[in-house]
Design a protein around this ligand. Structure first.
Ligand code: FUL
Length: 633
């Protein structure tokens, strides 16, 4: 805690001086002028959805890869008991407001019988080629009162025209099919991935054509990409939006994919950004985006999901949580149970607003009018708000609780139809002994919604101080005592297994040069950067039946990670048997999670060699990150 700085106290004092006077019921006071770019009515409705489901489903579900290469036999797609109503019922029970489906991922496989492709459900074994997942899901969403959205990857590794100018129109026709045949679409999700660096096939995407096609059929759809125009990728797949998060972005000169602004810019937005492009946080409940039977014991815990809620919805971003259906075509019971526990934890956190019984008094109220009264912060009417006079850039609200209460969360919302304004705020409590205000917790941006988490504290007299780039306009505040959520889920059974053996291991490079043991210490937080593209040779100290091997990179998207590699095993460290040659860790740049390499049959060996061939950031001088290397037993 620290005491409020002098300059702010002075500015506040001046503000009080400027605004003395009683509230009048005079209704003629003009509302504040809008500030900067504003959300459209569709963007506002989209933002109010807050939380919805991502569904990654397709051939990858059956082949256990993150990125299929478009060469898979379409008959591998054969869910045995596909039930989109079960997905919708689960999403609804989880408190989600919609579902976005990967109608076409990078392998090009269409989950509907597209006339513009020969790699679709029609060619699959499912329902003898008569099925249509888009139809089943859009119908189910309607039945369960959920919004329906579509992910379509322009990158298509199956379509023969990909990489030629003609492909853009084919993709636009594909869009037309999807957007005109299945009812209203609330969000069109465009993946920016383009071509495959290892095969050198690239396409110059005609984004104007794609956007026009979307708006021609679904004018209300919010278009997602790295740079909008409807909403933007938040810059990582870990679920952590910026503490500072402007819903504004400079887009001139940028485009989705490789031409996007740096990921840390996407995480924070631009303070004076030219366009209203709010953030969406996409993150998976499992390590990868597609279902794998190997991740049934690796779901994010309730505590982790609650963290993600606070670092997404609580930081002015929507949360798009991926829940991938299994090979039956159903959401796995573990995922579904986790979603329900997560919902309960969030609802319990925000069940009782301690401010409902509080007395609020604002230092300044616009024109002294009831219309902008601070009491609007506690009503549930979205379009009523508290606003100040135009001259006010720094102000405060005093809060008196009926009696001292304990709390650990503070929530506030800006009235974004008039723009995003707040650049600093703090919750303070009155320190009787020091006769001064001291800061409990503080933040920068607010936007649609901002939630501060801090250690539980007891107080009765509080103050919210606010600084803004234009007179602040807030429409909601809340104070809560959220129950603690403990992480009691075991994340990975294999880790327990390897724990007992760890003391016998060592890791070396070429010629037996020993490397630091942080990469085998069992602690994912200790990471190392290895230079010179050195191979890693793990010595297990004894022969073990190895079912696979995992490389865990440092989870920062800005670090350089191994993307292409060779993997070999050995009994004696001299004779090597290659298990993988020039293989690729797919999507490791955007989602630097643990990468499992599973062997077809167990190998009875003592040594494993991971040889890097290419990294995600070649400009970082042939280095790569390692948090951990793990034998899969
Ligand atoms: C990324 C894709 O490459 C991943 O496979 C996944 O679909 C994720 C949501 O977007 O760009």
């Amino acid at each position: 805690m620290r005491n409020t700085c002098f300059s702010f106290a002075l500015r506040l004092a001046l503000a009080v001086f400027a605004s003395l006077g009683a509230l009048s019921s005079c209704a003629s006071v003009d509302p504040p002028q809008p500030y900067g770019p504003l959300p459209t009515e569709h963007q506002l409705r989209w933002q109010q959805m807050e939380y919805y489901m991502f569904v990654h489903f397709g051939p990858n579900t059956f082949t256990d890869v993150e990125w299929g290469d478009g060469k898979e036999d379409p008959r591998v797609f054969n869910p045995t008991a596909l039930d989109c109503r079960q997905w919708a019922a689960t999403a609804q029970a989880a408190g989600m407001k919609g579902i976005i489906l990967t109608a076409k991922h990078h392998d090009g496989f269409c989950l509907w019988p597209s006339l513009h492709s020969t790699h679709t459900v029609r060619e699959s074994a499912w329902k003898d080629g008569q099925g249509d997942v888009l139809k089943e899901l859009s119908d189910a969403c309607r039945e369960y009162g959920l919004a329906f959205g579509v992910y379509l990857s322009p990158w298509d590794q199956n379509h023969p025209a990909y990489g030629t100018p003609g492909y853009n129109q084919i993709f636009a026709n594909t869009l037309t099919e999807v957007l005109s045949g299945y009812g209203p679409v609330f969000e069109q999700w465009f993946d920016g991935a383009n071509g495959d660096a290892h095969k050198g096939k690239r396409q110059d995407y005609d984004w104007n054509l794609f956007h026009q096609t979307v708006y021609a059929h679904q004018p209300q759809a919010v278009i997602f990409s790295d740079v909008g125009p409807g909403c933007r990728w938040m810059g990582n797949e870990r679920g952590v939006a910026g503490e500072t998060n402007w819903s504004r972005l400079d887009v001139q000169g940028f485009e989705p994919g490789a031409g996007a602004p740096p990921s840390d810019t996407l995480t924070t937005g631009n303070v004076g950004g030219e366009a209203w492009i709010p953030a969406e946080t996409d993150v998976s409940i499992r390590p990868g985006w597609f279902y794998s039977p190997h991740t049934d014991d690796q779901l994010k815990s309730v505590a982790r999901l609650v963290d993600i809620y606070h670092t997404s919805v609580g930081r002015n971003s929507n949360l798009l949580l991926n829940v991938p259906p299994n090979r039956q075509g159903r959401i796995h019971p573990t995922d579904s149970a986790r979603l329900m526990d997560f919902r309960r934890a969030v609802e319990e956190s925000f069940a009782h607003n301690l401010l409902d019984a509080a007395t609020l008094s604002a230092l300044n109220t616009r024109g002294g009018s009831q219309k902008y009264n601070v009491a609007h912060l506690l009503d549930d009417v979205y379009h009523r708000y508290w606003a100040t006079d135009d001259s006010v850039a720094a102000t405060a609200i005093e809060i008196l609780l009926p009696e001292a209460a304990t709390f650990n969360r503070f929530l506030l919302q800006e009235y974004i139809p008039l723009g995003q304004r707040v650049s600093y705020f703090a919750l303070e409590s009155w320190d009787e002994s020091a006769a001064a205000w001291s800061v409990i917790s503080e933040g920068t941006t607010v936007g649609y919604k901002r939630i501060l988490r801090f250690p539980r504290i007891k107080a009765q007299r509080l103050r919210l101080v606010v600084e803004a780039l234009a007179p602040p306009v807030l429409n909601r505040i809340g104070l809560y005592d959220a129950p603690d959520v403990y992480d009691d889920t075991r994340q990975d059974a294999n880790l327990d297994l390897v724990e007992a053996l760890r003391t016998k291991w060592s890791v070396a490079s070429h010629g037996g040069v020993l490397l630091p043991s942080v990469m085998i210490d069992g602690d994912l937080r200790t990471t190392i950067v290895v230079g010179g593209m050195e191979p890693l040779i793990l010595n297990l100290g004894e022969r073990l039946a190895l079912r696979g091997f995992a490389y865990v990179p440092d989870d920062k998207t800005t670090a350089s990670h191994i993307v292409r590699y060779n993997l070999a095993v050995s009994v004696d460290g001299k004779q090597w048997k290659e298990v993988k040659r020039s293989a690729v860790f797919h999507n490791i740049k955007n989602n630097p999670i643990r990468q499992d390499v599973r062997f077809d049959k167990p190998a009875f060996v003592q040594f494993v060699r991971l040889e890097p061939l290419e990294t995600t950031q070649p400009d970082q001088g042939n280095t790569y990150s390692v948090a951990e290397i793990i034998p899969i037993l």
